[in-house]
Design a binder for this molecule. Structure first.
Ligand SMILES: [Zn+2]
Ligand SMILES: [Zn+2]
Length: 245
C-alpha cells in the first residue's frame, strides 16, 4: 500500500485516496466516497496512522467520489479541507449542474464495467454526498501550508477547479481525475483521460496534460487506477495516444 516515499494508497480498486506522511503529521489527498467515511479511521489505522495525526484533506477536485469522507475527517480529526476555489461550491454542497446533462450521456457506456461502476458508486453514496461545512480555497501555484507541502498545479478540464498536487522533494504527482490509469466508465486501463462525457471541458482537459508533462514527477498517483511508476511526461504521451485511438 506504500506507493512512494511516505505515501500510502488507500480506498478500493475503483477510487483512490492517499495519505502523505511528513514526520508524524499527515495530509490526505482526497477522501473517497460518502460510504467510505464510516471506515476511514480503520483504513488509516491499517497503515499505522491515528486520526489525530491528520491535519489536512487536500482535494484534487469537487466530485463526490473524492470528497466523501472529508467532512468526517474535518469533524473527528479537526483537519482543514482544501480545494481549488473554482470547485469549492460543489464541496460545500452545490452539485455541478453539468452532472444533470452528463448522466444520460454517460449511459452510452452501457458496458458491464460502466454498470458495475455505477452500481458500486451509487451504493457508496455518490448521489448523497456529505457537504463539507468549512472549506479553505486555494489557487494555482500555491504551496499549501499542510504536511508534505504540496504545490497546486491547476489542470482544469475534468472540472474547472481540477488540480494536481505535486510533492517536489519526493517527485510525486497526484493527478486526481485530470490523468487516470483506469477509466471507470469504460473499464480501460493505462494512462488516459476519463471518458469525455465525464469532463466539463474535454479540450481543456487535453490542454492540461501539457501542464502535467512539465512536472518533474517520477511517480504518478491518479484518482482512479494503479500508480504509474515512471516520468510523468511518458504517462502524458500514453494518455494522448490513448485519446487519439
Ligand atoms: Zn471526477
Ligand atoms: Zn473520480
Amino acid at each position: 500500500m506504500q506507493v512512494a516515499e511516505g505515501v500510502f494508497r488507500l480506498g478500493h480498486p475503483l477510487v483512490n485516496w492517499y495519505a502523505v506522511v511528513d514526520g508524524g503529521r499527515v495530509t490526505l489527498i482526497d477522501s473517497g466516497l460518502t460510504g467510505d467515511a464510516s471506515h476511514i479511521v480503520d483504513d488509516l489505522a491499517s497503515v499505522g496512522i491515528a486520526p489525530n495525526q491528520v491535519e489536512a484533506v487536500v482535494l484534487t477536485h469537487g466530485h463526490s467520489d473524492h470528497f466523501g469522507g472529508a467532512e468526517e475527517v474535518r469533524t473527528t480529526a479537526g483537519a482543514h479541507v482544501h480545494v481549488h476555489n473554482a470547485d469549492a461550491a460543489y464541496v460545500r454542497g452545490k452539485p455541478p449542474l453539468q452532472n444533470l446533462v452528463r448522466a444520460p450521456r454517460l449511459l452510452r457506456h452501457a458496458s458491464r464495467e460502466f454498470l458495475g461502476t455505477m452500481r458500486f458508486f451509487i451504493s457508496h453514496g455518490l448521489l448523497r454526498p456529505t457537504a463539507v461545512k468549512v472549506v479553505d480555497e486555494f489557487d494555482d501555484g500555491a504551496i499549501l501550508p499542510v504536511p508534505g507541502a504540496p504545490r497546486v498545479v491547476h489542470v482544469p478540464g475534468h472540472t474547472a477547479g481540477s488540480s494536481a498536487l505535486f510533492l517536489a522533494s519526493r517527485g510525486v504527482a497526484f493527478t486526481g481525475d485530470a490523468l487516470v490509469t483506469l477509466d471507470c466508465y469504460s473499464g480501460r486501463t493505462g494512462p488516459r483521460l476519463l471518458a469525455r462525457e465525464s469532463n466539463d471541458d474535454n479540450a481543456a482537459a487535453l490542454a492540461s496534460l501539457e501542464t502535467l508533462a512539465g512536472l518533474k514527477a517520477r511517480v504518478v498517483l491518479p484518482g482512479h487506477g494503479d500508480p504509474f511508476n515512471g516520468e510523468i511526461r511518458d504517462a502524458v504521451a500514453a494518455a494522448k495516444a490513448a485519446g487519439a485511438a
